[in-house]
Ligand binder design. Sequence first.
Ligand code: SF4
Length: 160
Amino acid sequence: MNISGVAEIRELLELPAEEFSAITRQAGELGQSVHGGKISVRGMLGYTNICRCKCLYCGMRSPQKIPRYRLSEEEITDLAREGAASGVQRLFLIAGEDPGFQGQKLLSLVRKLREENLTLSLACGELEEDTFRQLSERHLPAALRGRCCNPARKMKIICI
Ligand code: SF4
């Protein structure tokens, strides 16, 4: 089954229990064949909670009166190194849609973290098309899923 949208996800979730179990069993076998019996350690790093958006379900939405922070590239890299030294193999970078951490700044951060041999996942909102292309073509080719939210202007990273 090729899952590419909500309809396929719904179809999967509505499968009879037996069929669903067969799929989860196959997924387990695939995971075992790829990773063996090893545990893969993942870390999550929220590098900024500043966000210009107002998604109603989200605690970081811009109207929320919460303390805001934005880590510097150096602080993030230090934390990533610490994580890597503790065994983290994949780092999940999470951020609000922070206008102060886009474009070249984001690309520079990703480039630096890739030098640490970390596998990265990103959830940082909407990006300019050029940034998105550079990320997906040069830095995180296998890690990005893109969706055009406005084909004329922007691409949006929606998952990892
Ligand atoms: S863009 Fe992300 S961080 Fe910002 S309000 Fe929406 S869900 Fe929250």
